[in-house]
Write a protein that binds this ligand. Structure first.
Ligand code: NAD
Ligand code: WQD
Length: 338
C-alpha cells in the first residue's frame, strides 16, 4: 500500500517507516522537522536499502497536502505528527492545540477531499487519565486528561470518531501507545530528545553516557512494589509492528478500531534502572526526589484485544529494550549529528 506517514522522521514514525519498507509497502513521509533530523532518511536507507519520498512541510499546509495527494495514490495515512512534551504543553497550550488538533483537522479535511478515508492515528494511554483499575482495557473510561498534550490526543480521537459516525466510509484506527522505548537493533535510528529529556529512558541513557549527572527518581512513596511509579514499557519496533498488523487487518474495514499497544507488564522506575545497568554494564547514579506533578502511580495495558483481533503481541523483553536503547545512545552520543 501507499502510506502517507506524517511525522515519519520522528522516533516512532522512523521505526514504522523501516518496517513498512521491509514489508513491501511504500511510505511517503511528510514532516516539518520541528523535532527530528533529515539525517534519519540516510539511516533509513542504510537499514532498508530504500529511500522513501520525503516532503519537508507541515500538516497544516493545505497546498502541500493537496500536492501530495495528487502525486501519490495514497491508500491510508499513518498520522504520527504531533508535539508531545507534556510540560511544554502546559506552558504553551494554544501551540499544542494548533499543531495537534487544528493540524489533524486540516489533514482530515484534505484526506476527505482527496477521497482517502483510512487513517491510523498515534494515540496514547494518556487519554485514560488516572485509571481507576489496571490493567487498562480499551473500554476503560477516557477523558480526565491532566495536561493540554493529553487533552489534544483526546480531542483528536473524538474528532475522528465523530467523523466516522457521520461518514461510514472511514476506517479510523486509534492506537493507544503505552511507554515506547528502545531503538532499532542496528543502532542506526533511535530517540533524539530535544534538550534535557523529560522521559525516563532517554534520561537514564544520558546519565549512563556521562552527559547528565544523576537521575532524579520522582517519588518512592507510590503504592507499588518498591514505591516508584510503574509503567508499561514497549519496544519501539514492537510498536511499529503493531501498526503494520493494524493496517493489514483494519485499514480497509470501515469503522472505529481502537487498540492498546502495550506489553501488559508493568515495571517500576527502579526496575528500569537495574535492567539498564545489567544490559549496559554502566552504573546509573540516581537520587530519590519528590513526586512529579501530574504523575500517576501505575499504568499498564491489557493488550488482549490487539492479540485477538490483529494477531499482534509485543515480543521484545525488557533486557532487549535496554540493550537496544544503550546501543543507540553509545553509537550516537550526539544523536543524528554524529
Ligand atoms: P517525535 O517528536 O519523535 O515525532 C513526531 C514527528 O512529527 C517529528 O518528526 C516532528 O518533526 C513531526 N511534526 C510535529 N508537528 C508537525 C507538523 N505540524 N507537521 C509536520 N510534522 C510535524 O515523537 P514520537 O515519540 O515519534 O511520537 C509520534 C506520535 O506518537 C506523536 O503523535 C505522539 O504524540 C505519539 N505518542 C508518543 C508517545 C511517546 O512516548 N513517544 C507515547 C504515546 C503517543
Ligand atoms: C515514566 C516514569 C516518572 C523521568 C509520558 C507522557 C505520556 C506518554 C509517554 C505521549 C514515571 C518516572 C521519569 C525522570 C523519573 N507520551 N521518571 N525520573 O510520564 O509515563 O508518560 O510519556 O503520549 O503522555 O505523560 O513517561 O518516561 O516521563 O515517566 O523518575 O527523570 O519514570 O515519574 O513514573 P510517563 P516518563
Amino acid at each position: 500500500m501507499n502510506i502517507l506517514v506524517t511525522g515519519g522522521t520522528g522516533f516512532i514514525g522512523a521505526h514504522t517507516v523501516v518496517e513498512l519498507l521491509n514489508a513491501g509497502h511504500t511510505p511517503i513521509i511528510l514532516d516539518n522537522l520541528s523535532n527530528s533530523s533529515p539525517k534519519v532518511l540516510d539511516r533509513i536507507a542504510d537499514i532498508t536499502g530504500k529511500t522513501p519520498p520525503f516532503y519537508e512541510g507541515d500538516i497544516r499546509d493545505r497546498t502541500l497536502l493537496q500536492q501530495i495527494f495528487s502525486q501519490h495514490a495514497i491508500d491510508s495515512v499513518m498520522h504520527f505528527a504531533a508535539l508531545k512534551a507534556v510540560g511544554e504543553s502546559v506552558a504553551q497550550p494554544l501551540r499544542y492545540y494548533d499543531n495537534n488538533v487544528s493540524g489533524s483537522l486540516i489533514l482530515l479535511e484534505e484526506m476527505q477531499k482527496a477521497g482517502v478515508f483510512s487513517i491510523v492515528f498515534s494515540s496514547s494511554a494518556t487519554v485514560y487519565g488516572d485509571p481507576e483499575v489496571v490493567p487498562i482495557t480499551e473500554n476503560t473510561r477516557t477523558g480526565g486528561t491532566t495536561n493540554p498534550y493529553g487533552t489534544s490526543k483526546y480531542m483528536m480521537e473524538r474528532m475522528m470518531m465523530d467523523l466516522q459516525a457521520a461518514d461510514s466510509r472511514w476506517s479510523v484506527i486509534l492506537l493507544r501507545y503505552f511507554n515506547p522505548i528502545g531503538a532499532h537493533e542496528s543502532g542506526k535510528i533511535g530517540e533524539q530528545p530535544n534538550g534535557i529529556p523529560n522521559n525516563l529512558l532517554p534520561y537514564v541513557c544520558q546519565v549512563a553516557a556521562g552527559k547528565l549527572a544523576e537521575l532524579s527518581v520522582f517519588g518512592d512513596d507510590y503504592p507499588t512494589h518498591d514505591g516508584t511509579g510503574v509503567r508499561d514499557y514497549i519496544h519501539v519496533v514492537d510498536l511499529a509492528m503493531g501498526h503494520l498488523k493494524a493496517l493489514d487487518a483494519k485499514a480497509k474495514t470501515a469503522g472505529v478500531h481502537i487498540y492498546n499497544l502495550g506489553t501488559g507488564v508493568g515495571y517500576s522506575v527502579l526496575d528500569i534502572v537495574k535492567a539498564f545497568e545489567q544490559a549496559s554494564g554502566q552504573t546509573v547514579k540516581y537520587a530519590i526526589k519528590p513526586r512529579r506533578a501530574g504523575d500517576i502511580a501505575v499504568c499498564y495495558a491489557d493488550p488482549a484485544k490487539a492479540a485477538t483481533e490483529l494477531g499482534w503481541r509485543a515480543e521484545r523483553d525488557l533486557a532487549t529494550m535496554m540493550a537496544d536503547a544503550w546501543r543507540w545512545q553509545s553509537h550516537n552520543p550526539n544523536g543524528y549529528d554524529d
